[in-house]
Write a protein that binds this ligand. Structure first.
Ligand code: PEP
Ligand code: MN
Length: 336
């Protein structure tokens, strides 16, 4: 339920409304806009008397929200979320490319890739230190050492860094990691989501391999319900019957999410497609469709990569993709 307040509502009246709702176990999310203040009611609102609230002096209208996600709902937020990491912004019209290897392999590798992708215009460096591999015998990442190497590359280039967390007990290692990624396989690891909700970390939440858009939004809701509003959503392909691509890239998620939520939307063509030759065309399509950002895997030597080499671009190929992406970006679909 949302309560739209009249322009003349005074802060103390809003405070009184908040306290009254709290006494009924209803949390509030206040969004102050230029013309209106909107109070989002969070919790079980089934017994809330809409007419009673609507009759209050300061209330213009009361509206029920059908969707089960509240904090992530566009109706709760008058402006789109812009995540700002020391001046690097994503969302609400700000566009970024997140680039880097699937996994951090060595100092030379991550520093070289970081410098190259920065030159090509990437705004964030990615690199996995904890890798969720299908096989327990595959390379699992450098763990704490991988994070240290990412921090070195961050120091060298100034690029904010994105890395995947698999277990909340590792959180202390992520203290200086700018964006914590929750991978597709952990999208419904609700305990992990709840714990991240208690932090102030920016979370990049990837859509699960077989999860619906609503399930993705409910996972974002788990993080946001804990008080952490800094969530970026990422489409990385879903499982279908198709075998020519690693997954099926669901670009239709862009207009759907833009309608339903204020959260930034990133598209990861690398994991969706699985083969580097397809990345450019889908990166361009995602940009044109109005994504807030792209996540692209780049490796200094893809054929020798310890993880996801087939889908990784060389720094030269990435430069070509980035140039094309920035060229079409001004013509991309915009959402109000
Ligand atoms: C990754 O980003 O390297 C990764 C493992 O992604 P996903 O969770 O989308 O498979
Ligand atoms: Mn990968």
């Amino acid at each position: 339920m949302i309560v739209v307040l009249k322009n003349e509502a005074k802060p103390e009246q809003i405070e009184n409304l908040k306290t009254w709702l709290q006494s009924m176990n209803i949390g509030t999310h206040i969004s102050v806009g230029v013309n209106h203040t909107i109070v989002g009611l969070v919790g079980d609102t089934s017994n809330v008397d809409m007419d009673l609230i609507g009759s209050l002096d300061i209330v213009e209208k009361v509206q029920r929200i059908q969707e089960p996600f509240k904090n992530a709902n566009r109706k709760f937020h008058q402006s789109r979320l812009v995540v700002d990491i020391n001046g690097t912004k994503i969302g609400g019209g700000e566009f970024q490319i997140i680039a880097g290897p699937c996994s951090v392999e060595s100092r030379e590798q991550i520093c070289y890739v970081a410098e190259s992708v920065k030159k090509s215009g990437a705004g964030f460096l990615r690199g996995g230190a904890f890798k969720p591999r299908t096989s327990p015998y595959a390379f699992q990442g450098l763990h704490g050492e991988g994070i240290e190497l990412l921090l070195e590359a961050k120091k060298l280039t100034g690029l904010p860094i994105v890395s995947e967390i698999m277990n909340i007990s590792h959180l202390p290692l992520f203290e200086k990691v700018d964006v914590v990624q929750v991978g597709a396989r952990n999208m419904q690891n609700f305990d992990l989501l709840k714990e991240l909700g208690k932090t102030d970390k920016v979370v990049l939440l990837k859509r699960g391999l077989a999860n619906s858009i609503d399930e993705l939004l409910m996972s974002a809701e788990y993080i946001m319900a804990g008080g952490n509003e800094n969530v970026i959503l990422c489409e990385r392909g879903i499982r279908t019957f198709e075998t020519r691509t690693r997954n099926t890239l669901d670009l239709s998620i862009i207009p759907v999410l833009k309608k339903l939520t204020h959260l930034p939307v990133v598209i990861d063509p690398s994991h969706a497609l699985g083969y580097s030759y397809m990345v450019k065309s889908m990166a361009l399509a995602a940009t044109a469709a109005g994504a807030d950002g792209l996540m692209i895997e780049v490796h200094n030597n893809p054929s020798k990569a310890l993880c996801d080499g087939a889908q990784s671009l060389t720094p030269e190929a990435f430069d070509d993709v980035a140039k094309a992406v920035f060229q079409i970006r001004p013509f991309a679909c915009k959402f109000e």
